[in-house]
Design a protein around this ligand. Structure first.
Ligand code: BYC
Length: 307
């Protein structure tokens, strides 16, 4: 098949499946994006795992644990989708450990107190949903199907966070202040999750042409901001952006400038927790080696028993 025919299939909204012919650049683009997405799900367990033992009630602890387990599951769906493109899980993890594969910038910020669990669920999962709802229509079949399943779970995560924020905002003045402080710290990093502005996004051209991405970084960021402002107002919290203003003409909120120096510093490895996150992943991966070996040995035994 030629690239022209491939593009015709994309333009006709046909899904591309693992055994279909695809240009090498399409395959590579997907491996990069899906693996970054998978690594984000798994590294994203760390800032939340930090608060499991200090959750303020048994109910809160159970919900947080379930959420973190869901993130591990999302990582697994995504690694599996990525493996259908002809790369192994081992290679993907190695790329993460060697610093060759990225993961979302947001997870390089610390979670300092319980209110941060609220802000992460509300804003980080909220931003992730906006992106992932759009990715449900991505052109690669296994990625698209993974997204459908992930989105169903992610909407519970967003509510878990919003419930924490609403409860704290309606609590004592100190609790409300903690919720506001978490919003102040996590707001800007969460809107940076959508990536650079469209004009500075080198990957967007091909991603949109191949319908891997269905909307641009700026379109998705705007949609998230438009949805989230009213949610903050409802619980009496203030988005920390003095330039945030409803624009009658465009029908969207205008918002202030993001600190792109900070964004690129974090993306390139120099955020507050980059080293900690990666070191922890390497340690956990090494310590889990015996579990992987045992699982492989068990699978092998079952295979021998069935022949
Ligand atoms: N962080 O040309 P661009 C979650 C990189 S986890 C780090 O716009 P693209 C969750 C980008 O990779 C949410 N790096 O790229 C889990 C590229 O570098 P390379 C994760 C970023 O791919 C637990 C360069 O900057 N979601 O849901 O068109 C708990 C230029 O960017 C970031 C996904 O991964 C960033 N924020 O657009 C709670 C969704 N932004 O690779 C929640 C899938 C940009 O050329 N991914 N870069 O060296 C995407 O939708 C797109 O890949 C992005 C970036 C919008 C992230």
């Amino acid at each position: 098949m030629t690239e022209e025919k491939f593009q015709k299939r994309i333009d006709a909204e046909q899904k591309i499946e693992p055994k279909d012919w695809m240009p090498d650049a399409y395959r590579k683009h997907l491996i990069r994006q899906i693996s970054q997405h998978a690594h984000s799900e798994v590294i994203g367990m760390q800032p939340e795992g930090n608060w499991v033992t200090r959750a303020p009630s048994l109910r809160a602890k159970m919900i947080l644990l379930a959420k973190i387990q869901d993130e591990a599951g999302h990582g697994l769906y995504l690694y599996s989708a990525c493996e259908t493109l002809g790369i192994s899980r081992d290679e993907l993890v190695q790329q993460l450990h060697d610093g060759k594969a990225k993961y979302s910038s947001i997870f390089n910020y610390p979670t300092l107190n319980w209110a941060d669990m609220g802000a992460v669920g509300w804003l980080v999962d909220g931003a992730a949903i906006v992106n992932q709802v759009s990715l449900q229509r991505t052109s690669y079949g296994p990625y698209s199907r993974g997204m459908v399943r992930i989105c169903k779970e992610e909407s519970f995560h967003q509510r878990q966070g919003y419930e924490i924020m609403a409860t704290m905002a309606a609590g004592t003045p100190e609790q409300k202040q903690m919720a506001q402080d978490a919003l102040n710290r996590i707001w800007w990093p969460s809107i940076m999750m959508f990536g650079p502005h469209d004009a500075d996004s080198p990957r967007s051209g091909n991603a949109l042409k191949w319908k891997i991405k269905r909307q641009t970084n700026d379109e998705l960021r705007q949609s998230f901001i438009d949805k989230t402002v009213a949610q903050a107002e409802l619980i009496g919290l203030t988005i920390p952006d003095p330039d945030l203003k409803w624009n009658e003409e465009t029908g969207h909120y205008d918002f202030g400038a993001m600190d792109w120096d900070e964004f690129w510093r974090v993306v390139k490895g120099d955020g507050p927790c980059n080293k900690q996150r990666l070191d922890h992943h390497k340690k956990a991966h090494k310590e889990g080696e015996w579990v992987r070996n045992a699982a492989k040995a068990y699978a092998k035994k079952q295979e021998l028993l069935t022949v």
